[in-house]
Design a protein around this ligand. Structure first.
Ligand SMILES: Cc1cc2nc3c(=O)[nH]c(=O)nc-3n(C[C@H](O)[C@H](O)[C@H](O)COP(=O)(O)OP(=O)(O)OC[C@H]3O[C@@H](n4cnc5c(N)ncnc54)[C@H](O)[C@@H]3O)c2cc1C
Length: 551
């Protein structure tokens, strides 16, 4: 967002940035709040949005102690490599400083407020202003506010129940020795973060002479184990070579196309249309033989075919096979095209998703999103190697827990995990240590930490209209997120607040607020269902800046 405003060089703007930590740029994932030295990005320099200098250039400027700390050899580093997240955070901080210099040269007034937490945002429509209130009590007034507060991990039981963690962040809290099995809820990138930290404190990895990477338990941790729990017992897919490192960002549907499809489809964007346009059609020219296979498959059929293939293989066998496939893809610089296209689809669907009917949104949530979340994790190779070493040492396992698993924190510590296993048998297991690693929760609009926005009804619950009454009535019987609106229509409540295409917040009458923009992903998960990364920040900030200063 800052880069876009600086690039714009608009004489009338001045910028104020409020950051609750002491560091600009790194944010949560790339600072100590979200990473240790062992945690790495899942994107490389060539896949991230352009900033001021490239990662490769910046690496050449680093002092020896940083290079040694992160085991980086500048002559061997290139923009195709993933990197330690803390190092990436340093890069982002350095880029922020360069942008501040650019702003200075362009005489753009910029005021940075470090160590200042925003605790409330108060809209003042009567004088067309917005107020920002800090924890210390000061209040500032602006024409516009863009909320870029990123991730938030609310605590429910952590801190009150020993051995119970609502998230693995900051990861320093998992730097302890245990001599028992640890339950990890989740099996994707967040779980991998927890596993990499716990493993380092209960043993060590060894790169032996015959190129075999192994793990050995430390003394006192002989009974240490990690049991991952996921709905379907599947592991995420692995990073491969991308044909287009920016994932065909230009392929998203134009506004005219969305409007035309809505007009043809009772006022709703059709999920089948998006699946055809942003997925199936992508193969026509590039992979005609694959297109032949999928051209007549519905979205549901396609997901069933792919999921069946995964389900019939033991999770770690498939993980190993996908690792080899990914290695070959990187070596030959050849994409695993259907996976790349699924990432393209996920990105392309993000903005127009709010125009789906509730029926399509439910199909998306139930069918396509579980597959997308597996495929676009893009697990970095070094994480895979560590997980395989842990599995081979008998320390890492995965259990399928179905859709109705639940954990019950225990007053004296840990949690009981209840679930139905693959054979349909109810299971109950006590764990002294439990780490919830399901990833960034989609937060409800009531969780918004800026109470005035909720109390003054500046923001509203995100909801999506049903197209067919009979379907809505049926859904109403079993789904507590379905409700009848005052206007006679039925709605599906989706997580977070309502926003328009420019990320401006909307009230319950669908009136757009011209002053306040929301791009913090935990609060807009319903209308933006993509698993957002840096690419989202780039795309969202572009829309925001165009709306802020249309000329
Ligand atoms: C653990 C983790 C790893 C990830 N790794 C990758 C990856 O490898 N590649 C990728 O593309 N994406 C990754 N992501 C996705 C991530 O969403 C984006 O990369 C990016 O960090 C989002 O940027 P942001 O500015 O929206 O949020 P953040 O990076 O979270 O930054 C938000 C900033 O706002 C500050 N803040 C929060 N609340 C307040 C307040 N009330 N007042 C003042 N300041 C406040 C925070 O201190 C922070 O500095 C990862 C996410 C997580 C959680």
């Amino acid at each position: 967002m800052f880069k876009r405003l600086v690039d714009l060089n608009e004489p009338e703007i001045s910028i104020a940035i409020f950051e609750k930590s002491a560091q600009l740029g790194a944010g949560m994932p790339y600072s100590k709040a979200g990473a240790n030295d062992e945690h790495i990005t899942n994107v490389s320099g060539n896949e991230i949005p352009e900033l001021v200098t490239s990662v490769e250039e910046w690496i050449q400027t680093l002092p020896q102690n940083i290079l040694e700390r992160f085991n980086i050899k500048p002559d061997k580093f290139n923009d195709y490599k993933v990197m330690p997240r803390l190092l990436f955070g340093m890069y982002l901080t350095a880029q922020f400083e360069l942008l501040q210099k650019q702003a200075e040269e362009k005489v753009i007034p910029v005021k940075i407020h470090l160590n200042n937490e925003v605790v409330d945002i108060i809209d003042r429509p009567e004088d067309n202003k917005v107020q920002v209130k800090l924890a210390e009590g000061q209040v500032f007034e602006f024409d516009n506010v863009v909320v870029c507060t990123g991730h938030r991990w609310p605590k429910k039981s952590e801190g009150k129940i020993p051995g119970y963690f609502d998230s693995p962040y900051p990861p320093a809290k998992l730097e302890f020795k245990v001599n028992h099995a640890v339950a990890v809820k989740g099996s994707s990138l967040t779980a991998i973060d927890a596993i990499r930290t716990l493993a380092r404190h209960n043993g060590h990895f060894k790169d032996s002479d015959n190129n075999k990477f192994t793990f050995e338990l430390a003394e006192g941790s002989e009974k240490f184990k990690i049991i991952m729990h996921s709905r379907n017992g599947m592991l995420p897919a692995i990073r491969f070579h991308l044909e287009d490192p920016h994932l065909l960002k230009d392929s998203i549907l134009s506004e005219e196309e969305v409007e035309k499809n809505k007009a043809d489809n009772g006022g709703f964007l059709s999920l089948d249309y998006v699946f055809d346009r942003n997925f199936k059609e992508m193969f026509k020219e590039k992979r005609p033989e694959f297109y032949e296979i999928i051209q007549n498959l519905s979205m549901e059929d396609f997901v069933t075919v792919v999921m069946n293939k995964r389900e019939h293989k033991a999770a770690f066998d498939l993980f190993k096979a996908e690792y080899l496939e990914a290695e070959e893809s990187i070596e030959k610089e050849e994409s695993v095209y259907w996976k790349e296209m699924l990432a393209v689809l996920s990105f392309a669907m993000n903005y127009p998703a709010k125009y789906f009917s509730a029926e399509d949104m439910l199909r998306l949530q139930k069918t396509l999103m579980p597959l997308i979340s597996i495929v676009i994790a893009f697990v970095p190779q070094s994480s895979v190697v560590e997980m395989m070493a842990l599995h081979e040492a008998g320390i890492l396992e995965i259990t399928a827990v179905g859709d109705d698993s639940e954990e019950e924190p225990q007053e004296n510590g840990g949690a009981i995990y209840r679930f139905t296993d693959e054979s349909g048998t109810k299971q109950e297991q006590y764990y002294e240590t439990f780490v919830d690693c399901v990833g960034q929760p989609h937060l409800s609009y009531r969780d918004l930490p800026y109470k005035s926005l909720v109390d003054m009804k500046t923001v509203a619950q995100a909801k999506i209209k049903f197209r067919r009454e009979e379907k809505a009535r049926k859904a109403l019987e079993t789904n507590d997120k379905v409700e009848a609106g005052n206007d006679g229509n039925y709605y599906l409540n989706v997580p977070g607040i309502a926003i328009n295409d420019n990320f401006q917040v909307m009230n319950s009458l669908d009136a757009v607020n011209e002053r306040i923009y929301m791009m913090a992903v935990p609060y807009i998960g319903g209308y933006n269902p993509d698993y957002s990364g840096l690419d989202f920040c780039e795309a969202a900030s572009e829309r925001i800046v165009k709306s802020l200063l249309p000329n």
